[in-house]
Design a protein around this ligand. Structure first.
Ligand SMILES: Cc1cc2nc3c(=O)[nH]c(=O)nc-3n(C[C@H](O)[C@H](O)[C@H](O)COP(=O)(O)OP(=O)(O)OC[C@H]3O[C@@H](n4cnc5c(N)ncnc54)[C@H](O)[C@@H]3O)c2cc1C
Length: 485
């Protein structure tokens, strides 16, 4: 009788025969700005990337907020290596001081990049990654784990499943597809699902494609971040054109310092100006502020009517809700690999003290790279907006620096992985009222004005010595390397 292990062995399914990981590509999940920058950086260092993008084109998320003007100008929004590659092909660079919309970012930068032969051959569109694992190792097995390649499962546009093997995985999936609910506890408010047809999450195009939905309506905007602010300002323009448009603004906090921003002191002036415009709209009564207003329940009335109930005992009668309460990473695809995430922010644990909004009210963060972004499974990294988890302050310039460092690390260039090559816009004002005593220990010093010399807001060339080492090979290797001069 044959043993259970030898009986009826099937031949290996195509593409899954064991290969030495070094011969495999580096998989990048997500074809947004950071995913494409990663591919460019890897190519530059002679590695083979494969970019798996769920959408039918690159920059799917940015196209969704295509009508929104970015608050950082082109010069911060283009990866340096990608720029060099594009210019080699005769690409007409946009004015570095102009402010693109999300649509411009895709049409003038990401789409041209994706059509370059070097990138196009690495790109697999309509490919949604549904899971990542160590090939035939599961999550529990230790023996030989690091020698096993990664297996990425995906579904194509027709729902057909497939797999890709990779030597390393960079998760650049963003967070746009996973908005937070209106409920103030982080769970959907009671009745939120039932009101789904009257709720939009994120930033609807209220002056363009979605105008008819909002013109003349009574609308409540929930949240106090830049998406909420942008929508409130656009709704105010709509109210000036369409009679009867009424705007309510619900936020949990009564401290609007962060929402109103740094004004003229904000080193991203576009962003500072938005906060100031909102302040004026509130002061002149164009926007009715409801604060504190912590949403507990949403009740449907007749037709489009909604009653929104707050924990403070207030209520608002509206016809439409725009919920902009933040974004979350979708970590489901990583459930079979070993991650090392901060339990609150859901970002890499080592990154959390650098970006924690409880400590930082400033928009910038000390540069970081492979060391902070590496996960417990060697060769697995988070990057881009996804790497910030629930923290709202991600900037593209930071993401490009992250993936420069990761590519250098994967190429074995530890010195370059540790080096800082970041030109970061300094943003915002630091709010001293939010400083916790431990902020200084964590390397943050938000109690002082945001100057290039000051604490958390200043790019610092050294790596985070205080960050706990979690046994990850990238971190160990970088920590053991001689500090860069
Ligand atoms: C409205 C708005 C304005 C912003 N303005 C600025 C600004 O002015 N300056 C600035 O620096 N930053 C800005 N940001 C922040 C940030 O730079 C952008 O969100 C940026 O698009 C993040 O890039 P990313 O590549 O990390 O993620 P994304 O652009 O979100 O790209 C992620 C990609 O991954 C794909 N994907 C997701 N899941 C899967 C999966 N399972 N399998 C395969 N593919 C998947 C998505 O389809 C998407 O194409 C802004 C963000 C928003 C939302």
């Amino acid at each position: 009788m044959s043993s259970c292990c030898s009986a009826n062995r099937r031949s290996e399914p195509s593409g899954t025969a064991w290969q030495h990981p070094a011969s495999l590509p580096v998989a990048i999940i997500g074809g947004g700005p950071v995913g494409l920058a990663t591919a460019t950086q890897l190519l530059e260092r002679g590695m083979e990337p494969v970019v798996l993008e769920a959408g039918s084109s690159v920059g799917t998320a940015a196209m969704d907020w295509g009508h929104v003007h970015m608050f950082s100008p082109w010069r911060y929004n283009i990866d340096r290596t990608a720029r060099t590659l594009l210019e080699r092909h005769g690409w007409p660079a946009p004015d570095p001081e102009a402010f693109p919309t999300g649509g411009d970012l895709v049409e003038r930068y990401l789409a041209p990049l994706a059509t370059l032969p070097e990138i196009a051959r690495c790109l697999r569109l309509n490919t949604r990654v549904t899971g990542v694992a160590r090939l035939r190792a599961g999550k529990v097995r230790n023996a030989g784990r690091d020698q096993q390649p990664f297996e990425l499962r995906f579904e194509d546009g027709q729902g057909k499943q497939g797999r890709v093997l990779a030597r390393a995985v960079i998760v650049a999936t963003g967070t746009w597809g996973n908005p937070s609910p209106a409920g103030s506890s982080g769970l959907p408010a009671i009745g939120e699902h039932q009101a789904a047809d009257r709720i939009r999450y994120g930033m609807p195009d209220v002056l363009g494609a979605d105008r008819a939905r909002y013109a003349g309506k009574r609308i409540i905007v929930v949240g106090s971040g830049h998406s909420a602010i942008g929508t409130l300002i656009d709704l105010a323009s709509l109210a000036a054109q369409a009679q009867g448009t009424t705007i309510l603004w619900a936020t949990r906090s009564t401290d609007l310092t962060r929402a109103y921003g740094g004004g003229a002191a904000d080193q991203l002036p576009e962003r500072g100006a938005l906060g100031q415009r909102l302040r004026r709209l509130v002061e002149t009564g164009v926007v009715e502020l409801l604060a504190p207003f912590s949403i507990d329940e949403i009740r449907r009335g007749n037709g489009d009517a909604l009653t929104v109930l707050s924990a403070e005992g207030r209520m608002a009668e509206v016809e439409e809700m725009v919920v902009a309460t933040g974004l979350r990473p979708d970590l489901g695809i990583l459930s079979e690999v070993r991650t090392d995430l901060d339990p609150a922010l859901e970002c890499p644990r080592a990154l959390a003290p650098l970006i924690d909004p409880n400590l930082h009210s400033c928009g910038t963060v000390r540069p970081h790279g492979a060391e902070e972004l590496a996960q417990q499974d060697a060769g697995l990294f988070l990057a881009g907006m996804a790497s910030y988890g629930r923290a709202p302050t991600f900037l593209l310039a930071t993401g490009y620096e992250q993936v420069r460092s990761i590519a250098a690390f994967l190429a074995g260039d530890v010195e370059a992985a540790r080096r800082v090559e970041l030109d970061l816009p300094q943003t915002g004002v630091c709010s001293s009222s939010r400083v916790l005593p431990k902020a200084a220990d964590a390397g943050a010093s938000c109690g002082m004005p945001d100057t290039p010399q000051s604490g958390c807001c200043a790019p610092k060339p050294e790596l985070a010595e205080n960050v706990p080492c979690c046994g990850n090979s990238a971190r160990k290797e970088l920590a053991q390397a001689e500090p860069a001069e």
